[in-house]
Write a protein that binds this ligand. Structure first.
Ligand SMILES: [Zn+2]
Length: 61
């Protein structure tokens, strides 16, 4: 199992080559693990422009 992060929306997926949400490519070169439960109430989700709950990376290349 390899987790990949979307280079555009930073969402983390289990072994997908493209992001099912936005269609961008995914990368294994990511760091930082972030769980967003309530994007409306989270400052970091606003900073990262996250609108959906889920698992995200902090940095992705
Ligand atoms: Zn995406």
């Amino acid at each position: 199992m390899s987790l990949k992060s979307c280079v555009a929306c930073k969402r983390i997926f289990d072994n997908k080559d493209s992001c099912p949400i936005c269609g961008s490519k995914t990368s294994e070169n990511w760091s930082g693990f972030l769980v967003i439960i309530d994007p409306e109430k989270s400052d970091i989700s606003k900073e990262l422009n996250i609108k959906l709950p889920g698992e995200y990376s902090l940095k992705v290349r």
